[in-house]
Design a protein around this ligand. Sequence first.
Ligand code: ARG
Ligand code: ZN
Length: 849
Amino acid sequence: QPTLLASYQPYPYRIGDVALTFRLDPRTTRVLSRIAFAPNPDRPGRHDLRLDGGGLTLIRAAIEGADIDVTADDTGLTIPAALLPDGPFTFEAEVEIAPETNTALEGLYMSGGMYCTQCEAEGFRRITFYPDRPDVMAPFTVRIESDMPVLLSNGNPGASGAGWAEWTDPWKKPAYLFALVAGDLVAVRDRFTTRSGREVALAIWVRKGDEGRCDYAMDSLKRSMSWDEEVYGREYDLDVFNIVAVDDFNMGAMENKGLNIFNSKLVLASPETATDADFERIESVIAHEYFHNWTGNRITCRDWFQLCLKEGLTVFRDQQFTSDMRSAAVKRIDDVLQLRARQFREDTGPLAHPVRPDSYVEINNFYTATVYEKGAEVIGMLKRLVGDEGYASALALYFDRHDGDAATIEDWLKVFEDATGRDLSQFKRWYTDAGTPRLHVSEAWSDGTYTLTFTQKTAPTPGQDQKPPRVIPIAVGLLNPNGDEVVPTTVLEMTETSQSFRFEGLAARPVPSILRGFSAPVMLERKTDQAERAFLLAHDTDPFNKWEAGRALAKDVLTGMIAEGRAPSTRLVEAMGAVLRDETLDPAFRALCLWLPGEDDLAQALADAGRVPDPAAIHAGREALARAIAEANAAALSAAYDALASSAPFSPDAGPAGRRALRLTCLAFLNRIDGGDRAAALFAGADNMTESAGALAALLDAGRGEAAIAAFHDRWQGNRLVIDEWFMLQMLHGNPARAPETARKLAAHPDFDWKNPNRFRALLGGLAANHAGFHDASGAGYRFYADWLLRLDPVNPQTTARMTTAFETWARYDADRQALIRAELERIAGQPGLSRNTGEMVGRILGAG
Ligand code: ARG
Ligand code: ZN
């Protein structure tokens, strides 16, 4: 049943062009297709024509205009070779589908009265019979017939009239990039002129009433288009670029050629309704989807095993973009926080898989942090190893050599080898081997020579016992004991299991700053003391490692408090105060330094240290440290909180957003000692969502959120995205012991529209993210969560399967919790009719797959 990388075969036919006609109707949409096939010379001989298709009612099929008598099976249609002429032929089909009852949100479905599509990875086969695989590419022409006022598809607009419109996409593309939208929509319009002079009409399509919240997305789009021209030399290639916002969407957004479709959360923003984090996310996802036009669309993937070819690269590019638009140091820290929280968690558990997997049951289960975020880290390492110029020439060669191709990771690496002359055969293990390496370091000092010895080790992962050594770029700098840098950042290239690097001619034993900029996605293990961590926090010239030193110090202190009942460390409490007061540091950076490690992160740190994490003790320990920091630094926190208040008009830019982040961080500490008074005042006076939501969170934490919760709901009733935030905040904040009960109460709220993925994720995702609440010893959190997964699975398997990852860390916990979680997972696994999506995930989490 699994699909295997090793079984790849080219499709036996090629497609000249595809013509589709849609007669839209909520219950009985007709899709007519005419497809020109020709034998593929790469697959000599005569072959049956196999087309993918699922949930389609076949009305008619014809070859060369003559009807044929064929019957579809569960997964598609086979036309025996005997019915096919020698050489090229035309296949036609008419099928019927019902977008209104499509709750899976794959293929053609309806959201808020409009028609829309999501075809990646395998949604096109729910629209019509087709070779639904990325290496089959063709130009499409589309005719839409509907009484909806706005009718959109890929490419450039063609003729249109009352009740119909035609679109032509001149660029050949795989079916997963197909899109269609029909609805009563309004456009926010703008223009962009490419550097070679192409005039592009830009439009963001939204429901009436939402047009005032598109400016930031539009501005982000124009900045993305310029940036890709300047930095990668990539220009846009159609006359129009359309973006549509839809409320019901399984993922963030989708890069359909010329017609990106977005979760409305990643388009709509105004200062009153969106937080600074929302603005930043919109900017980066708009960029991400736009950048796919070259890395994904013009050059696509040969098969879904190569998903990281487009996703890893496009994430890397959107990270570069955000670094250029905002602060590179802050962006790097944010990305590493995400990587550790999501990807390391995945890579060290039962769901670990290579950046390029070699087997899957359901491809939608592989749109993971490993493919996306680790896929981006691997490209960052490549760039570090070959240098900026090597990277630029490799990318130029990639676009030149592979434009129009469906390519592989082998193609990608070959481009780097040809452009730089470097042998990447060992480096390739980053793509084929799962698991996060642990990098142990020890040091020696004698006669002015300082030696660092590294040892790498990767634990076995499911299906992979052997872990040969990888190429690890280790960026290192050395500081003098007085705080000056004696050796600036140098990239050491580790290739062996164990390897030493020498630094000679030093006057004094240096303090090392290792893995600067997080130069490789590894877990650095270094025995050191709190004094040295505090020294690096104060003196490191590398902003990432400066932050990392404080982070490691906080983790040491917290794990000592939680596991050994130690007192909060004065050294840490003072170091935090020093960072807070250091006005030479960017406020956003200071906020990140002050932010204590999260509870899930601490659970992992304790598990790594061979302890069994106790979620309630972790919560209490983190609270105790936050209170100690607040008490010792009350005056400085209060002064900063007041000084950071702003009366300037709201701007979502990085500078003001960073000051708000630091101010809200101060509030979170002060909230532990002022009983929520500042939060109450801020909530009453806030004129933007960042502060409103921050104040509401603080009020909930202080146990006095009730009135604010009601007021917030009254104020924002009817605004879906803000109400999502309302659900989420209540799940994340407040006393965790009451989280399962709060979840039950909120699930009964009339606004809990559970078939909407954003709403479902707000409540259930919020519960899972409340570490102590989800892991409540009673098992009530687990049971509630599993109940809802079972309810959602028949409606929307993709979102259900994705959310099973809340259970992926079960092996960390005590025997009682393990038994409770296993019981829930087994209950899900045993559900009759469970989707393939969820079945695969639960099986893997239980260690059965
Ligand atoms: N290609 C999209 C993006 O990363 C994600 C679409 C994933 N969809 C899915 N059903 N798995 O930009
Ligand atoms: Zn993507």
